[in-house]
Design a binder for this molecule. Structure first.
Ligand code: 5MM
Length: 325
């Protein structure tokens, strides 16, 4: 078993999943402000400390994805975040993309940036204790979108990112997110997700990315959030697994879903329903952001007296997702 395959398997096995706490400074700042907390570097640190010090987190969380700012910060006990996670038996990951920017010639669509200097940054993150990385591409469904050029540009960047990470010793989490914004049907989401994943695996093959050393982080196949026709849990589970079976090679060790704006309990139900659709050639787990930490942030609201209740809110979601597996 290669070192990359071992890390990838650790991330997705034993009923554990990945906690995405890698909001960029801009996103994290607005999330803090939305619950009445001033968006300072120290408050972002305090909030992330609350997350990673949640009791028994390592029983349901295999890895935590950090943003660059957090990766270099320290907890109150003097340990860096990667060091502290390592103490707990949790792998430390790093978001290495620098954000999704308007795509030239198709300004309503996005291309994720961050390839410049990535080889050197990977070296530095490995030195500081990183074991895996994340890069998120964003695909929008709408009138005449996604365009072929947006899909091609994004899967190409994902493949180049994945290759650079593997070369430097980090397992790449490969995240092509088809957004649930819009009023499109489940069938439309399935069509677009199938096309994006098929093109992604062609590109990964072309760039000689080792598939047994990645974790795929896709969206679940759902209807648009403003669609009047919302599918049942069973329909989402079956459309998602059908899409993955059609596109994802069995050599990929695991698929860790993003939650994408689904209500936390609904994302968990979908994850649970998929586990019954045997045979599954890969582990199916979670790499949720909002669906794991949303209730905790709402509970905390910056008050030290809410700290234990906030940690319980996170723990409840993490335990429920591990149980769903
Ligand atoms: C935690 O948020 C991640 C980073 O977002 P920005 O760079 O836009 O601030 C995001 O990539 C996240 O990892 C995924 O979207 C999964 O999170 P959700 O909330 O969709 O499960």
């Amino acid at each position: 078993m290669s070192a990359l395959n071992k890390i990838a398997r650790t991330l997705v096995s034993n009923r554990r999943g990945i906690l995405a706490a890698d909001e960029s400074i801009g996103t994290m700042s607005s999330r803090l402000e939305s619950v009445g907390v001033e968006a300072t570097e120290e408050n972002r640190r305090i909030y992330r400390e609350l997350i990673v010090t949640t009791p028994r987190l390592s029983e349901s969380v295999s890895g935590v994805i950090l943003a660059d700012e957090t990766f270099h910060q320290k907890l109150s006990n003097g340990r860096t975040f990667p060091e502290y996670l390592d103490d707990l038996g949790i792998l430390a990951g790093i978001k290495v993309d620098t954000g999704a920017k308007p795509l030239a010639g198709a300004l309503e669509e996005k291309i994720t940036e961050g390839l410049d200097g990535l080889r050197e940054r990977v070296k530095e993150y490995v030195r500081l204790g990183g074991t895996f990385a994340k890069w998120r591409a964003v695909i929008t469904i709408g009138d005449n979108v996604p365009s072929a050029r947006a899909v091609r540009a994004n899967v190409h960047a994902l493949a180049r990112y994945a290759g650079l990470c593997q070369e430097g010793g980090l397992v790449p989490i490969v995240e092509p997110e088809v957004l649930m914004d819009g009023s499109h049907s489940l069938a439309k989401c399935q069509e677009v997700t199938t096309a994006v994943l098929a093109e992604l695996f062609e590109e990964l093959d072309l760039l000689q990315v080792e598939l047994d050393g990645i974790v795929l982080k896709p969206n679940m196949v759902v209807a648009g959030s403003s669609s009047p026709e919302q599918p049942t849990v069973a329909e989402v589970a079956s459309a998602t697994v059908e899409t993955l079976r059609a596109t994802v090679p069995a050599s990929v060790p695991g698929i860790a879903f993003l939650s994408g704006g689904q209500k936390p309990e609904v994302a968990t139900e979908h994850l649970g329903a998929m586990q019954h659709l045997d045979p599954l050639p890969w582990e199916l787990t979670y790499s949720f952001g909002r669906a794991l930490v949303g209730p905790a942030l709402e509970t905390w609201r910056g008050e030290e007296s809410n700290r234990a209740a906030a940690q319980k809110a996170l723990s409840d979601r993490a335990v429920a997702n591990a149980a769903a597996r």
